[in-house]
Design a binder for this molecule. Structure first.
Ligand code: ATP
Length: 428
């Protein structure tokens, strides 16, 4: 049986992955856990999310599905933060006999949940049409994520994956500051990067894998395989770990990005890869956000932003000038593309013609009339032709990304991208 769960937490506590970790242990009473649990990140722009729009799936070999359903349902009732308006849990149960039948349908549902916006009714209709056992609480929005997580479990090879070792806190410590030895994270990172990533942010001197919210997560180590994430977690010194779970996940894969052929097709609450030409130079707004505009071949334009939390990435963005060609990855909300990565494909021409400068006052001369060259009226100097000037750019074509402290869960770090095949890693 495959069990999908979502939407059990609120800003004040809980985390669906923690419920997953508890169930992994508790469900052993009813059968055998067949494979690693899944942590599936869905559309990162969904406003109903608490934090990272995560859902969870488990796979169990069992002879007593009814008891499993009753157990999972009662644990959601006990642990979910039902008092929070935004918490609307959902659980979905898929019987082994239905795996093959549901595999393609739920794979496309997974892709839709990662890239599109889905109505609750669509999930409910699908559940009843396909005869899937489910339990929705309150408005049942969690059924969307629960179904999508089952789609991922039914199609283990249908999507790119990475791993995360999640360590959880003792209950008595929830809501208190986390007691962790920061240096141990930097040391662990030195030993296992680039097979692990986003443990620390070297440029900003931050540990990024320890949350600050009231949820039960102590830290999460992300990496290429289950062995390396657990080996790295073992190097961390911290308050006692109550339990841990290693999840297989779509984090760090860019699964959310849709290829955009033109700006006209771009919609809010979706994420894209989009190519264009810088049409308005970057400017820094109040609060430190850096915004510029790009234009596509049809002449349509869209604002693109490196917001304040992207820190040093903004310095790079400020170096763009009109006519630079860029390929951007990011999510669109309120008509603005929030940049996750940028490929500077080519720089604007650096050599341009301009009016000659006056040898006396140094100012640009004005035209002296058609075919009559240029002159400086004040100094009475004269020159026949325009001069060529070369702009020196402190920017090279190439791939750039936001720092780990600003990374979206789904965004693929460059260190996992082309670098793995070329062996050339970005400087940190
Ligand atoms: P955490 O990361 O701490 O687990 P969360 O950020 O995952 O919290 P949820 O509490 O799960 O947030 O809320 C997200 C809600 O949005 C869920 O009910 C989920 O089913 C729903 N949802 C997920 N993806 C989509 C989508 N593409 N369209 C519409 N609703 C979605």
């Amino acid at each position: 049986m495959i069990i999908g769960i979502d939407d059990t937490d609120s800003n004040e506590g809980m985390c669906t992955t923690y419920l997953g970790a508890l169930l992994l242990e508790e469900l052993k009473e009813y059968g055998t856990v067949e494979t690693l649990p899944l942590l599936v990140r869905l559309n990162p722009t969904i406003p109903y999310k608490t934090r990272g729009n995560a859902s969870v799936a488990l796979k169990l070999k069992t002879d007593c599905p009814e008891q499993v359903i009753a157990h999972v349902t009662s644990r959601i009732e006990e642990l979910a933060r039902m008092e929070c308006e935004k918490t609307n849990p959902g659980a979905v149960f898929i019987q082994e006999k239905d795996y093959e039948r549901l595999k393609p349908i739920l794979m496309s549902f997974l892709e839709e949940a990662v890239r599109e916006v889905i109505e609750i009714e669509k999930a409910k209709t699908l559940i009843s049409r396909l005869g899937i056992a489910s339990k929705g609480f309150k408005n049942g929005r969690g059924l969307i994520g629960a179904l999508a997580a089952c789609g991922a479990m039914l199609n283990p090879e249908g999507w790119e994956f990475t791993f995360e070792h999640l360590a959880y806190r003792q209950k008595k410590r929830w809501g208190t500051p986390r007691d962790v030895d920061k240096e141990s994270f930097f040391k662990a990172d030195r030993q296992t990067y680039p097979d692990t990533w986003d443990t620390v942010d070297l440029k900003n001197g931050l540990v990024v894998c320890v949350p600050h919210s009231a949820d039960p997560v102590l830290f999460g180590i992300r990496g290429e395989n289950p062995e390396v994430v657990s080996r790295t977690a073992a190097l961390i010194r911290s308050e006692p770990v109550e339990r841990f779970a290693v999840y297989r996940t779509n984090q760090g894969t860019d699964m959310h990005l849709l290829p955009a052929k033109s700006i006209a097709e771009i919609r809010d609450m979706h994420s894209y890869r989009l190519e264009g030409t810088v049409s308005v130079a970057p400017k820094t707004l109040e609060g430190g956000h850096v915004i510029f505009t790009i234009r596509d071949r049809e002449g349509d334009e869209i604002d693109c932003a490196a917001f304040e939390p992207t820190k040093n990435f903004r310095q790079l963005i400020r170096k763009l000038v009109p006519e630079d060609q860029v390929l951007l990855s990011g999510s669109v909300t309120s008509g603005t593309l929030n940049i996750e990565k940028i490929e500077v494909k080519s720089l604007a021409p650096t050599c341009r013609e301009e009016n000659p400068k006056c040898p006396e006052c140094g100012k640009h001369m004005k035209s002296a009339g058609r075919g009559q060259g240029f002159r400086c009226k004040k100094c009475e100097t004269h020159s026949l032709s325009k001069i060529k000037s070369e702009t020196v750019r402190d920017l090279r074509p190439g791939l750039y990304e936001v720092p780990p402290c600003a990374r979206r869960h789904l965004a693929k770090p460059l260190v996992r991208d082309r670098c793995r095949s070329t062996g050339v890693y970005p400087s940190r």
